[in-house]
Design a protein around this ligand. Structure first.
Ligand code: 4G0
Length: 223
């Protein structure tokens, strides 16, 4: 997979060079191409935002630089073009898995009060939100999306981790995990986990998953 990212803050994406994602990029399992939207400003001061028509607080990103950057990066519209915004469709694990099947993604990031609506109309396939809260820039949301998608690309997760037995895959929250020591600050590991009966362990984990889901996310059980 190739992911193009249009942003006003290219250095924010250096965090992708860390950890599991950094290793996957090094191995060439996927690629991220970060493009500075300011490079597509025709203004002598490289201006990319302006006051909103109709008035109101904040600035809006001008359509010209964004539209030109999108066409330069994806001239034949091969990518799934995604705009991250608080009013997008809520991102969920099903959508993450679908997006992981795409050959290319193009992520468009708004800052300030967002981007000119005509860019969304002309150039965007999908408007997504990572949750019901507002961030200073879509770049934080893009980083979340990149990480969530990359985990589903072949060979990105080592054999230590897996996407199969985790929260949401089974439609339930995960059961609690423990490692050594057996006793910590007066708290013991549940007996069933140290007794080596794998049927009992599986039953305990399933019951814990169901209890947690009922307590914290009853909406997940209604599906
Ligand atoms: C568009 C995404 C983009 C409009 C982006 C802000 C949260 C998310 C942005 C605004 C973002 C999310 C109207 C403030 C950039 N914040 N939940 N910030 N407004 O996915």
């Amino acid at each position: 997979m190739k992911i193009d990212v249009l942003t006003l803050f290219p250095s924010m994406y250096r965090v992708l060079d860390e950890s599991i994602i950094g290793k996957a990029l090094q191995k060439g399992l996927f690629a991220v191409n970060v493009v500075n939207i300011r490079d597509y400003s025709l203004d002598k001061h490289k201006k990319v935002d302006d006051y909103p028509y109709g008035g109101g607080a904040g600035m809006v990103m001008m359509p010209g630089p964004l539209h030109d950057a999108i066409r330069a990066v994806d001239p034949e519209h091969r990518a799934v073009r995604i705009y991250l915004s608080p009013k997008g469709k809520r991102l969920d694990q099903k959508t993450v898995i679908e997006l992981a099947g795409a050959e290319r993604l193009l992520l468009v990031n708004g800052s300030y009060e967002g981007i000119d609506e005509r860019v969304i109309q002309l150039d965007i396939d999908l408007e997504l939100s990572i949750g019901d809260y507002v961030l200073t820039s879509g770049d934080y949301a893009s980083l979340v999306l990149i990480d969530a998608v990359a985990r589903y690309l072949p060979d990105v997760l080592g054999s230590e981790s897996s996407t199969e037995e985790e929260s949401f895959s089974a439609g339930l929250l995960e059961y609690p995990h423990y490692t050594r020591p057996r006793e910590f600050e007066g708290l013991s590991v549940p007996e069933v986990l140290v007794n080596g009966n794998h049927q009992l362990i599986a039953a305990w984990r399933k019951a814990e998953s169901e209890r947690l889901t009922r307590e914290r996310r009853p909406d997940l059980l209604e599906r």
